[in-house]
Design a protein around this ligand. Structure first.
Ligand code: GTP
Ligand code: MG
Length: 468
């Protein structure tokens, strides 16, 4: 995500750190590079101009030039301006004070409405609500089938009628939700290749009859400026409440994410980061700015870890872990929890500095599978006390898992190092403890978020983390 813009911006910013003292002239030179990076990422021209103006004004100010580390200050200014550009922070979904909340998904054909309707239904259910999915696209019978398949996969009910006026169907769906106690109704509407009168009239009709709490435009981030143009048009006709950008996992250049808020005035509320139904993330401008500048996104990582583990279980594990009684079974559990959190590559990108550490190389998921097989070939006692694993045991475990004895030894050594690391982290109150933390760690997470907002990264125990 954001790879090309991220690399270019970092390159542009490194211009600053190569100079000891900054002058107004080097700032202007650096800004030219940043401007190029943004334009190449397909950010709208006017947005780029305003952005560069703001950053230059702030950076040229006396205060920055006089600070000890002017280069770091400029990174901070760019970070803050990126955050402002995509913000203010979205307030999440608006829910109706009484009766079912209606969320209407609109967008061009193939932008991801149906998939995102499913993802969003899963999301609100994780937040403790009872969703109902509604097929409001009667043009194509296949569209109804697709939603019904999604509903079965998620185990979430779907309301569909094979013919009739979409607005009427939606009204009956809301009545059905009231009757059956579903409190969030998600309308999956029809898409068109281009915005046309018939589609807008149909959507306007639904809007007028139901008055949804949310009208969310689903826009494909890969289409760059076209996504921005369609957002403007949909907004003019329907007065959107927000935008969901999909396919952010692809090689989208970032232009849509950076321009939509400024152009439409409507916040990006979520982003789709993969085809799987759990690949939806809340859109937090400050975190996204951090990712673009290669500073990682620890807060999202911690939240993902919390979501993918049972809270009580996680708390017990965290305690065990920090007490130093971490076993190979726990190691296995952690690997599985990580797998549930999503592709390894995405997770790595959220850890500050990790990309530099691994030099952009991807970790091999096959390696994970191999490690799992080895641990599974061990007896319960061996998993608990790996020090009893001698050469003959190594050979047996190796054979059982389709590996050689050396692979077993490597894994046991690696585990030993992980255990040592855990102990060190315990004394520094470190990251892994937070990652597996349970309920009572929520407070710490809040403090962490607050600190990040103020530009401090407490995990590193010093000031602004990025050192260009
Ligand atoms: N990689 C990736 N693919 C996505 C994402 N969201 C949706 N897709 C894919 O995009 C394609 C179209 O998605 P749909 O949900 O059918 O799109 P739609 O807007 O409902 O399409 P119409 O109903 O034809 O207008 C599917 O192949 C989805 O799997 C995402 O965040 N990442
Ligand atoms: Mg669809």
């Amino acid at each position: 995500m954001f790879e090309s813009i991220s690399d270019r911006l970092k390159a542009a910013l490194s211009v600053f750190s190569k100079r000891g003292r900054l002058t107004e002239q080097n700032i202007r030179d650096g800004m030219r590079e940043i401007r190029k990076a943004l334009l190449e990422a397909d950010v709208q021209f006017d947005v780029v101009r305003a952005f560069i103006q703001e950053v230059t004004d702030k950076a040229v100010g006396e205060e920055v030039l006089q600070t000890v580390q002017p280069a770091q200050m400029i990174v901070k200014i760019v970070h803050d301006e990126l955050t402002r550009l995509m913000g203010p922070a979205s307030e999440g979904l608006a829910f109706a004070p009484t009766g079912p909340t209606v969320i209407m998904m609109v967008g061009l054909q193939g932008s991801g409405k149906t998939t995102t309707a499913g993802k969003l239904a899963g999301y609100v259910r994780r937040k403790g609500r009872a969703p109902l999915l509604v097929a409001a696209d009667v043009q194509r019978p296949a569209a109804i089938d697709q939603l019904e398949t999604l509903g079965r996969e998620l185990d979430i009910p779907v309301y569909a009628e094979r013919s009739g006026r979409p607005a009427r169907i939606c009204q009956r769906a809301v009545a059905e939700a009231e009757k059956t106690g579903r409190n969030v109704v998600i309308l999956d509407t029809a898409g068109r290749l281009h915005i046309d009168e018939a589609l807008m009239a149909e959507l306007g009709d639904i809007r007028a009859r139901i008055t949804p709490q949310e009208i969310l435009l689903v826009a494909d981030a890969m289409t760059g400026q076209d996504a921005v143009v369609s957002a403007r048009e949909f907004n003019e006709r329907l007065d959107l409440s927000g935008v969901i950008l999909t396919k952010m996992d692809g090689d989208a250049r970032g232009g849509a994410a950076l321009s939509i808020k400024r152009v439409t005035g409507k916040p990006i509320k979520f982003m789709g980061v993969g085809e799987r139904l759990d690949r939806l993330e809340e859109f937090h401008p400050d975190r996204v700015a951090g990712r673009i500048l290669g500073m990682g996104d620890i807060v999202t990582l911690v939240e993902k870890a919390q979501e993918s583990q049972d809270q009580e279980e996680a708390r017990a594990k965290a305690e065990k872990l920090l007490a130093g009684s971490f076993t190979l079974d726990d190691f296995l559990d952690q690997m599985q929890a990580m797998k549930r959190m999503g592709p390894l590559k995405d997770l790595m990108a959220m850890i500050p500095g990790m990309k530099e550490l691994t030099q952009g190389e991807e970790l091999d998921p096959a390696e994970f599978t191999r490690m799992e097989a080895i641990i599974r070939s061990m007896t319960p006692e061996e998993r608990l006390r790996p020090d009893i694993i001698d050469h003959s045991r190594r050979r047996r475990i190796g054979r059982g898992s389709g590996n050689d004895a050396r692979a077993v030894r490597d894994l046991v050594n690696q585990f030993g190092q992980a255990r040592k690391l855990m102990k060190q982290l315990k004394s520094s109150g470190g990251l892994v403890g937070r990652m597996v933390a349970g309920k009572h760690e929520k407070r710490k997470l809040k403090q962490l978020k607050r600190a990040r907002r103020m530009g401090i990264d407490p995990l590193r125990g010093r000031g602004f983390p990025f050192n260009p």
